[in-house]
Design a protein around this ligand. Structure first.
Ligand code: UDP
Ligand code: MG
Length: 316
């Protein structure tokens, strides 16, 4: 019997359709891992209910009664996937030696957990689950995700390609991660900053079996914007460069206008004028918007509000 205590942290937002299968499969997986001697009997599944409006919490309570291995935390409201995950990590890290986080829809292959734990035993503190291909995602999701990873890389943000939030972390890695106190959370960017030895484990991603994606386009976009603006100030620099470029162009135009004036060729059209006013106006607004995004982030960080509030805990 292994003596590593494993906690599987699962954030859940309106997952009543998924929970029955998820629970059955995770409980089974825990048993298998125990039998293989990889983890101890105190290992648990920890559901974090992220302010669901459906029967998710009732179900979690029910499974906590039925299964020795299931625990639950109920957050007082919806705080979003990343914050719910942090709530789970923070709750689990007092008891667990290793923590694996996974989405409630189990699109990520739970059978690679044993490989993850083996890597941990070989001395790795962080093991990333990486998707081999994105066959099961829609064309749009696949391509938008791909360009996002590329953009992140260009902007100098360290992140693991095709890795979502399916990963194993040792207790000390989680403790270290929790030292990153920012409210604008983008775990995929922060975990690599923790810097302990890491490894990757590859798997194929399956389709969501029940319920629908909790990441509509609007949430995906704001997630991506968070990811970029929390890690890189390059967009602000780009605005600055653009400003310089425009000043140079304006100087060139000024010279042209002066030459035209003194050679007696009066400028007749206002079209170019109107056009440039609109264009420059647009550029200024974009620039303001980008700067505003950062100012907004500072505002949120400065308030230093708690990332989540726990209402109830069922721990064993
Ligand atoms: N989730 C959450 N809070 C939210 C939105 C999502 O805890 O506000 C959870 C959700 O229950 C799931 C995970 O985050 O366990 C990922 O969501 P989903 O599978 O819908 O995302 P997708 O796989 O479509 O990117
Ligand atoms: Mg999913």
């Amino acid at each position: 019997m292994g003596n590593n205590v494993l906690y599987i942290v699962v954030p859940c937002y309106n997952e009543q359709e998924m929970l029955p299968t998820t629970t059955a499969r995770l409980v089974k997986q825990l048993q298998l891992l125990q039998e293989a001697g990889l983890i101890s009997e105190e290992s648990r599944i920890l559901y974090v209910n992220d302010g669901s409006t459906d029967e998710t919490w009732t179900l979690i309570e029910k499974y906590c009664n039925e299964h020795e291995q299931v625990c639950g935390v109920k957050l007082a409201g919806n705080v979003g996937h990343q914050n719910a995950l942090v709530a789970g990590l923070e709750t689990a890290c007092d008891k667990a030696d290793i923590i694996i986080s996974i989405d409630a829809d189990l699109q990520d292959d739970i059978n690679v957990m044993s490989q993850m734990i083996e890597k941990y035993n070989q001395g790795y503190d962080i093991v990333y689950g990486v998707r081999r291909e994105r066959k099961t995602d829609t064309w749009f999701k696949r391509n938008s995700a791909l360009s996002f990873y590329k953009l992140m890389k260009k902007l100098g943000v360290k992140s693991v390609y095709n890795h979502a939030d399916y990963r194993l972390m040792s207790r000390r890695a989680v403790k270290q991660l929790l030292q990153y106190n920012e409210r604008n959370l983008f775990l995929r960017g922060i975990v690599p900053l923790v810097g302990y030895r890491s490894e990757k484990v590859y798997y194929d991603r399956s389709e969501r079996e029940a319920g629908e994606s909790k990441y509509p386009l609007s949430k995906m976009v704001s997630f991506a914007v968070d990811g970029i603006t929390s890690f890189s100030i390059k967009p602000v620099r780009m605005v600055f460069t653009l400003g310089i470029l425009f000043t140079l162009i304006a100087t060139a135009i000024l010279i042209y206008v002066l030459i035209a004036y003194f050679s007696g060729r009066a400028v007749s059209g206002w079209a170019s004028l109107i056009l440039s006013i609109w264009f420059i106006g647009g550029c200024i607004l974009i620039g303001l918007g980008i700067v505003g995004e950062y100012v907004g982030k500072i505002y949120i960080e400065v308030k230093d509000r708690p990332r989540y509030n726990i209402e109830t805990k069922i721990l064993k």
